[in-house]
Design a protein around this ligand. Structure first.
Ligand SMILES: [Zn+2]
Length: 369
């Protein structure tokens, strides 16, 4: 397959060039391809989107059933998502085991690919009204939560102050899993030290963190100051105001922010009343809130959030970086997530208003509008 005349997004900039794919891989990026190909004039070509914080879609949580996981895999490419990291809320119960086993059985189904699991644990310190639980992490506990298998676990959520000697943080990272900071009431020192010992990312920042208080040296402040720490961002401009996103980007630069959907079974649903985690929630004005008006989760698709940020005046280059390229860097993925010779031919063609026109997976068009 040859895609010609697109504006191709590579390392933060757009280039007028052609892209050749063969056997599922990108094999040439050049201005000099003479053969005929698919004419993508006037379109943007991005690497396939990786959604790294994804609780569910299609009215199901990740791992509900194999059929629902197949439906999710088929559905996501229409939003440009070609790979995702299911994010089950994990507890010591049979339901968690069922979910993990179902997610693990989902490999190789047609559509968006499962590339690991993000364990959304109770290693939280910050109490939230509907979820007042705090458990200190330990190797034994984490292994049990992972159903005995860490090999495909990509990240584990924790509040760093719950691992004061950082031995769990180091152990996790040594086992190839990324410690991921969130739901913390910790100090600056907790974050600084956690990063030194292997923490690489935050959860959706600053959601689940305390408010930024200029009197206090806090985790929420330190996450902005740590230059090597990647921040997840819900880019719907509701979970985080556009001005706060500007602050985050000024502090972190375009290359240390990773947009995530934080999607729920309610992704893409119309306004109305729904049941979630057994509680009543409402979708109104693009947000999912509980009866007290508190934001609960996201309901927007990945590409919708790109358009929202574009409408708020963020540049295409910034949007391209945080939505399409940074996940591969943050999650240490070398085989996909960038338009580069040798990487997977997972690609998204968008029009000038950032609507998904076509999505390629493994070198084949999987979705066409
Ligand atoms: Zn979430």
């Amino acid at each position: 397959m040859i895609i010609k005349n697109a504006k191709v997004f590579i390392n933060g900039s757009f280039y007028d060039c052609d892209v050749r794919t063969e056997k599922g891989l990108i094999t040439e990026i050049s201005k000099d391809i003479v053969e005929e190909g698919f004419d993508a004039s006037g379109c943007y070509l991005f690497a396939g989107f990786i959604d790294a914080h994804f609780h569910g879609a299609c009215e199901a949580y990740c791992g509900d059933s194999l059929e629902k996981m197949q439906e999710i895999a088929r559905t996501l490419p229409q939003y440009g998502v070609t790979a995702y990291i299911p994010t089950p809320i994990v507890k010591h119960d049979e339901e968690t085991k069922h979910r993990l086993r179902t997610i693990r059985a989902t490999k190789n189904v047609p559509g968006a690919e499962v590339i690991g699991i993000f364990l959304y644990t109770d290693y939280k310190h910050r109490s939230i009204p509907y979820y007042p639980i705090s458990v200190a992490p330990s190797k034994e506990d984490t292994l049990e939560l992972a159903d005995g298998d860490l090999s495909d676990v990509r990240a584990v959520l924790y509040a760093p102050e719950l691992d004061p000697d950082r031995s769990w943080t180091r152990w996790l990272r040594e086992n190839g899993v990324l410690p991921l900071i969130g739901f913390t009431e910790g100090t600056s020192e907790d974050v600084r030290d956690a990063v030194k010992n292997g923490a690489r990312l935050t959860d959706h920042y600053p959601n689940g963190f305390p408010l930024l208080d200029h009197h206090v040296s806090s985790a929420v402040l330190q996450c902005l100051l740590e230059k090597d720490l990647y921040l997840q961002l819900n880019g719907d401009c509701i979970h985080v105001s556009p001005e706060f996103i500007q602050l985050i980007l000024k502090m972190k630069g375009d290359d240390h922010v990773v947009a995530v959907s934080d999607s729920s079974p309610l992704m893409g649903k119309p306004e109305g009343e729904y049941d979630m985690f057994g509680m009543k929630v409402f979708i109104k004005d693009g947000a999912v809130r509980d009866v007290n008006g508190k934001l609960v989760t996201g309901c927007h698709t990945f590409d919708e959030n790109m358009r929202t940020m574009y409408a708020h005046g963020f540049s295409l280059e910034t949007i391209g970086k945080i939505f399409t390229e940074n996940a591969a860097e943050a999650y240490l993925l070398k085989d996909r997530g960038k338009i580069e010779v040798g990487r997977k031919a997972d690609l998204v063609l968008m029009d000038k208003d950032l609507n998904v026109l076509k999505t390629m997976i493994n070198g084949e068009w999987f979705y066409e509008r």
